[in-house]
Ligand binder design. Sequence first.
Ligand code: BES
Ligand code: MN
Length: 458
Amino acid sequence: MQAVIEYLKQNESRAVAELSEYLRFPSVSAQPTHKQDLQACAEWVVNHCQSIGLEARLCPTEGNPVVIAKTPRPASNGHPRPHYLIYGHYDVQPPEPFELWKSPPFEPRIEGHSIFARGACDNKGQNLAHLKAIEAYLKTGTELPCDITFVIEGEEEVGSHSLASFLKANHDELRCDAVVISDTGMPTPKHPALTYALRGIVAFEVTLHGPNRDLHSGIFGGTVDNPAMALCQLLGKLRDKNGKVAIPGFYDDVESLSTYERKQFKRLPFKERDFQKFLGVPKLFGERGFTPIEQRSARPTLEINGLTSGYQGEGSKTIVPAWARAKITSRLVPNQRPAKIVKIVQQHLKKLCPPTVRIEIKAGHGAEPYLVSPTSPRAQASLRALKAAFECEPVLMREGGSIPIVNDFKRILKADSLMLGLALPDDNAHSPNEKFDLRNFAKGQLMSAYLWQELGRL
Ligand code: BES
Ligand code: MN
């Protein structure tokens, strides 16, 4: 094991150079123009896996390819060896708005202890940390106590559709004891975290159609409804003044928080004032009766993610727009079901829509919420690995983000996920100037190295 740790230290700067290479691919899964970049990025991952001694292949799917890479399988001497999957994604969120980036999103820049680029923490830096740990085992000839299969996909940011079918088709090869995922966060550099719950999600696009073309607002304005105005009024009715989602039935299945959990949340490092300043808002806002930690991880939400209508260019243009559109997502918590939420949201929007415009609703991707025991032997083993690598006491947390595939791992492979995230709250995931802390990159490699020892011992 000492050799593994030594290897990681000695190869730290090469790992950073490799991360820079990985980050140069504009692997934006939401934008069809980047199809080739996703393919090229996946090929880079396969080559990289092969170069460190993994048996790797590119698996085409209906969407973007999945990369499968396995450690060499030693003979088991009669005892079945533990088998773990390491899941990650090479696709990234759109980088827009470009003008807010201090340097171009796909030209990685190192400043201080951070590397800046789209995908730095979400998720390339985090999955590369695991690859580096396995490389250290393989290159130093240190025995790995577990068999490991990497599953690195290219559609996480758009709902992981191809991977779900891939899991079904490759069920036997992927059967495993658990899945290890570093695609979540930790509250501070001194609080490494095991995440035991994620929120689910459902996405919608709502369009209100008005006149059959943009109209002169002087000639026609006043005689027809304005779809942008109608949309604002409609959306305004979806939230009440206490921050509750005002859709009948929305909270019906929400599991209430136990006193124990609420107490645990209180122990997490969090200062409301700092949080408010960090986000640059004049005042926080959230569902009344819950703390910000509860609001963002254990309570459901409904958010407008984008609003479009009419003229967006410079100066003014006097029109009544033909249409207005909102992109909406709702985060779900245990036991809300995506299909049911889609239904009640659609019904409610239709009911609220005035007869002066026509409503069109598209339901997009969805994912169920996820919750796993934080006290299982594997969870405890993960906590020990975190502690050894970070030399700090780890915390347990619930995260507000979603990783759609975790429920498929559970349903299809019957495997739970151990979520050991390395992203910091100021890493700007999904925002301009995304970064990854290179100290966390190094500690993440250590954590992974220790983890296989800990899990191998169970
Ligand atoms: N890494 C995130 C998920 C995440 C972020 C978990 C923060 C916990 C804390 C992942 O890459 C992600 O962003 N997922 C999307 C999924 C969606 C597009 C279906 C998300 O949560 O928005
Ligand atoms: Mn993401």
